[in-house]
Design a protein around this ligand. Structure first.
Ligand code: AMP
Length: 178
């Protein structure tokens, strides 16, 4: 029988030169058409979190592809889902964090009352590349709570994002690595 890692790898579609030349974009949308695999992915995240004994009070997810599995993980763990979005999208008072991209910079935001004092928050996104986005999310969480860990469907290990995240938490989970 195929392992979950093999099933995920055979579902992910590589899109060459998207959104710009030189990038191989990992398209995870075919996974979403496979209900059984999507269910198993949520269970695999929950299993890894429970095996590591990570205490989690909320799951903060990064727009947009972090919103695919993140809310399901939060639901399954019976904890709140916290949206982290691009600048200008959240309607209430926000805190924001600016971070560098390959060219220029980006700003992400979170509602100022989303994290309660000392909450242990899991940060979730679809994919870890350089780690810049996840670190920006961690900086937002740290204003009130603690970073309990990070979870990703995919880790592009050759970009070494993982090492940078270890400064925030030892718990960096990914279901598959390239
Ligand atoms: P980074 O901040 O460099 O770790 O980039 C991670 C963010 O960019 C995540 O939100 C990913 O969805 C997206 N991303 C970066 N590289 C890729 C890629 N090769 N395929 C799909 N998404 C990517």
């Amino acid at each position: 029988m195929e392992t979950i890692q093999e099933r995920i790898k055979s579902s992910i579609r590589d899109i060459k030169d998207f959104p710009k030349e030189g990038i191989i974009f990992k398209d995870i949308t075919p996974i979403l058409s496979d209900v059984s695999l999507s269910n198993d992915i949520v269970e695999e995240f929950v299993k890894s979190i429970q095996e590591k004994g990570i205490k989690i009070d909320a799951v903060a997810c990064i727009e947009a592809r972090g919103f695919l599995f993140g809310p399901m993980i939060a639901q399954r763990l019976s904890v709140p889902f916290i949206p982290i979005r691009k600048k200008g999208k959240l309607p209430y008072d926000t805190i924001s964090y600016e971070y560098d991209l390959e060219y220029g910079s980006a700003v992400i935001e979170m509602h100022k009352d989303a994290v309660q004092k000392d909450w242990n928050v899991l940060i979730h996104d679809d994919l870890l590349a350089t780690g810049g986005t996840a670190i920006a999310a961690a900086e937002l969480i740290k204003t009130e709570g603690n970073v309990a860990g990070f979870s990703f469907l995919v880790d592009l290990t050759f970009l070494d994002g993982n090492k940078k995240l270890k400064e925030y938490s030892d718990n960096v989970l990914s279901l598959i690595k390239y």
